[in-house]
Design a protein around this ligand. Sequence first.
Ligand SMILES: [Cu+2]
Length: 505
Amino acid sequence: MYRRTFLTAGLATLATGGHALAQMKMDDMNAMPGMDHSGHGMAAEPAKPAASLVLKEGETLRELPRLANQATETGLFRANLVAAPATAHFAVGVETPVLAYNGMTPGPLIEAFEGDRIEIDFVNDIPGEDSTIHWHGMPVPADQDGNPMDPVASGATRRYAFDLPAGSAASYWFHPHPHGKTAEQVYRGLAGVFLVRSKADPIPAAYGDTVLVFTDLRLGADGSIPENSMVDLMNGRVGDHILVNGQKNPALDVPLGAKRRFRLYNATNARFLKLSFGAANIVVIGSDGGLLETPVAVEDVLLAPAERLELVVSFDKPGAMQLETLAYERGWMGPGKPDDAGLALLTVNVSGAAGEPMPPLPEKLRAIAALGPTAINRRFVFTEKMGMGASGMEMGFFINDVAFDMKRVDIVAKAGEVELWEVVNKADMDHPFHVHGTQFQVVEHERDGKVTAPAYRAWKDTVNVAQGETVRLLLKQDLPGQRMYHCHILEHEQLGMMGIVDVTV
Ligand SMILES: [Cu+2]
């Protein structure tokens, strides 16, 4: 939609949607990053990519450094994570101020085993801003999960401590979740991988285990990371460069006939990644919450913001093969719609000589019991409201017609009870729905009256709800306390598309 028609549509929405729009508090608007207090308002559109900045491509894919375990006792993982300003070198000869965990973006990779006790001392050295660490997807107690209600003040330290239960092996991650600052702290560089492993992993070790974390970088002409514009707030921030482990289109060499295990992480604020791997065959073996029951062959995959997938890719033809983006219509408002298709994220060079023969992928990976029967049905409806107000463009993103309020409990659930959640998207964009503290199972998708079952049963903590779509899922919270549920386009979460479920015993 072009800007003029967009504004007209926005005004029409305002006329009919005054009730919901009034929930968009002006003090929240003023607290938003990128808000210009000079009276001129904020930039409407993101700045154009800086043409003079060059990001090197084709360097060897880097492995994310492991966070060292300081504990000597077996079964204990203890370490420090410090969030602080740092300098990164993305473009050739240019320094970029970022936020980093222990000086790194993405942060250091945490690797632990089922059954381990985790103790992380978190130091917030971000000047003037609260932060938290949210353990995305992990079954940690509510008071250890980095909720916006539990901020760690600038200069303060707190310990996060939790146990990893049996059966929890999966590709999790961690990122900040402070009220009103999540989107900015993540696009400035704060995100990291948390791998929980099983000692009985059925995937052959010969496939390796390669983590690919996608982030979305935008650089201004001076090499700095610009603040969010109005278009970013509406659509979620999409950058100019999709990076893999902090590199642009890195390279990986494999012998002919190799099979490789990849863990894909969408750690972007708002980029939808529909991906194919050229001529290589892709098999999905895992989702947000760990392995599937059986491998599922696919042509391509859609990875919405915050989702993860585990793949086994077979490289049976010599030559260069690219992990590349395909076109995907995620809904866009206003100018600046990104060109999503045809971006090379990773180049795999397959040698002409065959390597060691690969053991076969097992046909059975694990059992996933169906959740049920259900104790209660709930419905969550996503809407967007936009229009011109007294101080310029106003916008809000709502669940069941209300914007997030940290002091309001939206629903009360009982620990251990299975619930059926119906998530209805009546908005003009896709919204990836995330629930803290547990993993759920998607039962069906409904769009234009047509109901479809998912291609496989899986544990998920984030599911994309496309424009006009309804997603039904089964969910059970085992631990008591307050949990967040929200859109994982982080700008939408920040502008209200979030609620609190209070889980009681
Ligand atoms: Cu959203």
